[in-house]
Write a protein that binds this ligand. Structure first.
Ligand SMILES: [Zn+2]
Length: 462
């Protein structure tokens, strides 16, 4: 009988402990226990590999809370293994109508929880049963705001214009609707997966029900290879492209643009989980990890090397338009890396891996804000909440018009921090007519001659 916590708990109960003590005091029991212990000692001496085998640890298993949906439902993951390459399986992006992918991902999670040794030591595997718990609870394909999460990602980062984000999208069965969201990465769930995948080598987004597997749209060899392997092992068709219409704002395309190997397996059924097929597909990916799970790569921007994960954050959240170009190589810190850009200092903290804050902008601080706002007259005087389109009680400052639009679209408090000033004429800008606002982690400048353009390009951060 195997030793367990139940046995330990029973033994700790006084009446059990007393009877155990009584039993071991009898001479016959003592004699037999002495013989058993001697035999054990002999086996251990003569068989030196036995203790080593017992010490071989299984890959760790961990339950994670990644964050919450817009209606406050938890978004969870199960992690198996702790290897350097991160592979993420995402179930049920499309809520109620694709609930079988939620059940499938739960089944896969339970399988690997029970068989963690199936995950190679080089891999850490994450399974997210649902990215859209609101859609699952409400019985809809969309999130709680009516946005299609698999059409909301910023897919403007790759070299293919065909898949660029658009508010007007083609959805299930090619139906056209304005469900891409108000702007790319606008939804809480989109931002959550965007941050969680920043350090991923591969991502598998499970959907239903077309019975085929397709990789990221813009040419990416590891994604293509992963799609072929998964399809062959699962017995699904492999299609280089989604054959029915052009997908815009898709998660697999966003992931591929950052160098993450990404595929979308579509189950055949809209009801069954097809567990054996998808277990075979996932096992094929795990077995071929050197070919299909590429290590995130460092990049060169403006003749400066950006370490892989800082580059992904910089690229995915606005690149030069938001952070400016890199000014110097990254420096090591006790917990990771930090690098200075023209408009921000980005920091990677390894202790915050698997949270939305692995990479973040360091605060400028109030003193810096005061220095930057020097000459801005009343810029640091708290505003009247009654006249502010959006007022922040934490800092006593407000945002309006273009600054508010840019702040909200660019990621809000997570990316810029809260405003530490009002909008003010930028005395130190080249154009006296330019306006500035200081945020906890950024200083932004609005150039009037570009006011007429779309908000994203109307801005130069300074
Ligand atoms: Zn779907």
């Amino acid at each position: 009988m195997a030793w367990s916590f139940e046995h330990l708990a029973n033994w700790l109960r006084p009446e059990w402990r007393a009877s155990w003590w009584q039993s071991v005091r009898s001479p016959s029991v003592l004699r037999s226990r002495f013989l058993a212990l001697s035999l054990c000692a002999l086996i251990c001496c003569l068989w030196p590999s036995a203790p080593a085998a017992a010490q071989q640890a299984l890959p760790p298993v961990r339950d994670l809370l990644l964050g919450y949906s817009s209606q406050g439902r938890p978004i969870n993951a199960v992690q198996i293994g702790s290897g350097p390459r991160k592979l993420v399986v995402v179930g049920d992006t499309h809520g109620g109508p694709e609930a079988n992918t939620y059940t499938l991902t739960l089944q896969l999670a339970e399988h690997f929880r029970a068989n963690p040794a199936e995950v190679p030591p080089e891999i850490r595997l994450y399974l997210i049963p649902t990215l859209n718990p609101d859609g699952l609870a409400l019985g809809t394909r969309f999130d709680a705001q009516g946005v299609d999460l698999n059409r909301n990602m910023n897919t403007n980062l790759d070299a293919c214009p065909e898949n660029d984000w658009n508010v007007t999208v083609q959805g299930a069965y090619g139906q056209v609707s304005d469900t891409g969201g108000p702007f790319p990465d606008s939804q809480i769930e989109s931002r959550l997966i965007r941050n969680f995948l920043l350090d991923a080598a591969g991502a598998i987004f499970i959907h239903s029900n077309a019975g085929l597997v397709f990789p990221a749209f813009c040419e990416h060899a590891p994604s293509n290879r992963m799609g072929q392997l998964y399809a062959e092992a699962a017995g699904y068709l492999y299609n280089r492209y989604w054959p029915n219409y052009q997908i815009t704002g898709g998660m697999h395309d966003w992931a591929g643009s950052l160098g993450i190997a990404a595929i979308t397996p579509e189950l055949i059924s809209g009801v069954n989980t097809e567990f054996p097929q998808n277990l075979a597909g996932l096992r094929a990916v795990l077995a071929n990890w050197p070919d299909v799970l590429p290590t995130p790569e460092d990049r060169i921007e403006a003749n400066v090397v950006l370490p892989a994960l800082l580059w992904r954050y910089w690229k995915a959240l606005g690149a030069t338009a938001v952070f400016g170009a890199p000014l110097a190589p990254a420096q090591p810190t006790p917990d990771g890396l930090a690098q200075t850009f023209r408009n921000a200092r980005l920091e990677l903290r390894r202790s915050l891996a698997d949270t939305p804050y692995l990479v973040q902008a360091q605060p400028l601080g109030r003193r810096s804000a005061e220095m930057l706002a020097y000459g801005g007259a009343t810029a640091l005087t708290p505003t009247d909440p009654a006249t502010a389109p959006r007022y922040f009680t934490e800092t006593g400052h407000s945002l309006r018009e273009s600054f508010l639009v840019f702040w909200e679209r660019g990621g809000g408090a997570d990316v810029f921090g809260l405003p530490l000033s009002e909008e003010f004429p930028g005395a130190h800008c080249r154009s006296a007519a330019a306006h500035r606002a200081i945020f906890r982690a950024r200083c932004l400048r609005l150039l009037p001659r570009r006011r007429q353009r779309a908000p994203r390009t109307a801005w130069l951060a300074a």
